[in-house]
Design a protein around this ligand. Structure first.
Ligand code: DGL
Length: 267
């Protein structure tokens, strides 16, 4: 099945999921759209994020003929997953459920935390997803406005980020969580700062790897995986913002597969 897997995010964050998918499914073609022209999604009303998500998903289906869509953005998953699952003609894979499952698997004490954008945390999507696992855990949530902006500027370390992290992570520190889910796909790029603030006894859980496993399992079960041995996989990256910035920072964050970026939407 030669059709590509489609992915989208508000910007660079979904590249954490793209990295995991490329590593786990190296034969798959990929089309990634970073909606950097309209980022951040986190502070926007849910209905607006839902409209953006539907527009991106339909573009992936109609213009790129993708065989599945990975919503590589927690804010968009929280706002639009139900609509996308109902209306898309291809399988839709989100990051919230895989992340919640990985979180409850990781904990030893049952005190767990999740951090995300204002939109994600406010939506209650993680409260519902963690509850749906049925695991006997207690969840503390904290919104981290500002983290995404640092990543989009390429500033993933330094004193400023550290000071902000100290302040924003205070509620999950106070709750003595032993496992913390990075409930925004941008946050793995701040993992060292977050780990430094949380301390060595806290396990950080990222949904990127879990989502890639789900993608492999779902595509495999549907007979949609691309066979190995043909032409090398092609990875396309598009951005609705400055495409040279997307190519430069994107290559730094994702790696050599990101050779260039083109503009989305197409003319
Ligand atoms: N990467 C997105 C997420 O996982 C959000 C970023 C934003 O606020 O635009 O929620």
């Amino acid at each position: 099945m030669d059709r590509p897997i489609g992915m989208f995010d508000s910007g660079f964050g979904g590249l954490t999921v793209a990295r995991a998918v490329i590593d786990l499914l190296p034969h798959e073609h990929l089309v990634y759209i970073g909606d950097t022209g309209r980022y951040p999604y986190g502070p926007r009303p849910q209905h607006e994020v839902r409209d953006f998500a539907r527009q991106l998903a339909w573009s992936l289906v109609k213009e790129f003929d993708v065989k599945a869509i990975v919503v590589a953005c927690n804010t968009a998953s929280a706002a639009a997953l139900d609509d996308l699952e109902a209306e898309m003609p291809v399988p839709v894979i989100d990051v919230v459920e895989p992340g919640a499952k990985a979180l409850v698997r990781a904990t030893r004490s049952g005190e767990v935390g999740v951090i995300g954008t204002v939109g994600t945390i406010g939506s209650g999507a993680y409260d519902r997803a963690v509850e749906a696992t049925g695991a006997p855990v207690h969840l503390t949530s904290a919104a981290c406005p500002g983290f995404v902006e640092f990543v989009e500027r390429g500033q993933t370390s330094g004193e400023e980020v550290h000071i902000l992290a100290e302040r924003l992570l205070a509620p999950v520190k106070a709750a003595a969580v032993d496992s913390l889910l990075l409930g925004c796909t941008h946050y793995p790029y701040l993992a060292r700062v977050i780990a430094d603030v949380m301390g060595p006894d806290v396990t950080l859980v990222s949904s990127a790897d879990e989502t890639a496993f789900v993608a492999r399992d779902e595509l495999g079960a549907a007979g949609l995986l691309r066979a190995s041995g043909g032409e090398a996989a092609e990875h396309r990256f598009l951005s609705s913002g400055d495409i040279s910035w997307f190519a430069d920072l994107g290559r730094r964050l994702l790696g050599p597969e990101l050779r260039g970026a083109t503009y989305w939407p197409h003319d």
